[in-house]
Design a protein around this ligand. Structure first.
Ligand SMILES: CC(C)(COP(=O)(O)OP(=O)(O)OC[C@H]1O[C@@H](n2cnc3c(N)ncnc32)[C@H](O)[C@@H]1OP(=O)(O)O)[C@@H](O)C(=O)NCCC(=O)NCCS
Length: 192
């Protein structure tokens, strides 16, 4: 049975490994460290028999009325079992609860498996974006989420951690993952 949980410190290594495996050429160590340590409440993981096999990272984009799906990855051995679909459904519910009107994301045009995956979902391709500096092209996808009656007690956006907790996250990150990285920065400088 696969269960979705908020990301805890014990998940950091597995999330880092998934990013190395699937986005190592795209994501820098400093970005991942910042997201994991400072945006921890935006991460959720899927655990199978206690083992972290997938994660999703979302970010609030109030100006676009959207919850942005920044990263999603499933361990290669756990693919094809509906885990990513379950994470998307979870993310849609989160967006509705937070008062956002849609979930949005971008996917590299040459990521054929991910495009095949999104084609199997209700997400609609709504445009393209190009980053000439990195020579990358993405398809943009969106899915509206059902409007919820306004709840004055819910502040749109993902909870943020207090400064002391972010410091604790950074200490654990340093201890468990270290500052040496297989991600993009060290590769570029030839040390990775
Ligand atoms: C894309 C990815 C997240 C899909 O995860 P997954 O858990 O295998 O996907 P699911 O099992 O939930 O699949 C949901 C649907 O998409 C389809 N699908 C998933 N991967 C597919 C593929 N490679 N080719 C064709 N269809 C695919 C499934 O058949 C399924 O359809 P169904 O429910 O009608 O049978 C996973 O391959 C992955 O982690 N890739 C590397 C990271 C990545 O590229 N992330 C996306 C960046 S935008």
């Amino acid at each position: 049975v696969v269960v979705i949980h908020p990301c805890g410190l014990q998940d950091f290594r597995a999330v880092h490994q998934l990013v190395c495996d699937d986005f190592g050429h795209l994501i820098s160590e400093s970005s991942l460290r910042h997201w994991l340590c400072h945006e921890t409440p935006g991460f959720h993981v899927a655990r199978h028999h206690g083992r972290t096999v997938a994660f999703i990272h979302v970010q609030p984009r109030p100006a676009d009325n959207a919850l942005w799906l920044n990263l999603i990855a499933v361990n290669a051995a756990a693919r094809g079992q509906g885990i990513a679909r379950a994470l998307l459904v979870f993310c849609e519910r989160l967006a509705a609860e937070q008062g956002f009107g849609k979930v949005a994301l971008q996917c590299l045009m040459d990521n054929a498996p991910a495009i095949a995956f999104y084609d199997q979902t209700d997400f609609k391709r709504v445009g393209e974006s190009h980053y000439s500096a990195m020579n990358l092209s993405f398809f943009l996808y969106e899915k509206p989420v059902p409007a919820r009656p306004a709840n004055p007690r819910v502040v749109p956006g993902i909870r943020t951690d207090p400064a002391w907790r972010r410091k604790v996250h950074r200490l654990f990150y340093a201890a468990w993952i270290g500052w040496r990285s297989t991600l993009v920065e060290l590769k570029k400088s030839g040390q990775g």
